[in-house]
Every structure is written in C-alpha cells, then in structure tokens.
Design a protein around this ligand. Sequence first.
Ligand code: SF4
Length: 84
Amino acid sequence: MNATAWAWQDAGVCRHPRAQANADFFPGDRRSRGAVLAKAYCGVCPIRQQCLDYALRNAERGIWGGLDDVERDDIRMDIEVRTA
Ligand code: SF4
C-alpha cells in the first residue's frame, strides 16, 4: 500500500504525541491501562469509523477504531452469521 493510501491515518488522534506516550494501541493485554487509554483516544477520534472499517476489512491486530482484536472478531462473526 502506498503512502497516499495511508494518508487518512494522519488525522488519527493516535498520531498525537500524548496519545503515543500514554496509550498502548498494540497491547499484550487488551484490558491493560494502556489499552483502556487507547480506546478512550479512539472515542474522540474524527476518523474512528473509517479506521474501524479498515481494520475489519484487513484483519488488523491491536486497537483500531476503538475496538480490540476480540471485539472486532465478534463483529466479524456476527456479520458471517447474518450473511450465511
Ligand atoms: S480510531 Fe483510534 S486507532 Fe484509529 S486512527 Fe483514531 S485514534 Fe487511531
């Protein structure tokens, strides 16, 4: 994927130095303090929906769009059940 394709991420709150210093967007423990903070930053992010859509389509790991791996896997399973 080229740099232009990733340009939408420049508007992400996670790009802010304070978010990068305090939150953990790729936590080992999805219930850790860093993970909770990451989700809080996602909650005020202007591109949250776009970020979540991207992560769901691309099976990303970590916190994207305010949801962790397990939460996004649940959404994928719901979609599979509804479309089966
Ligand atoms: S929704 Fe969260 S992970 Fe996605 S760009 Fe915004 S702050 Fe970053």
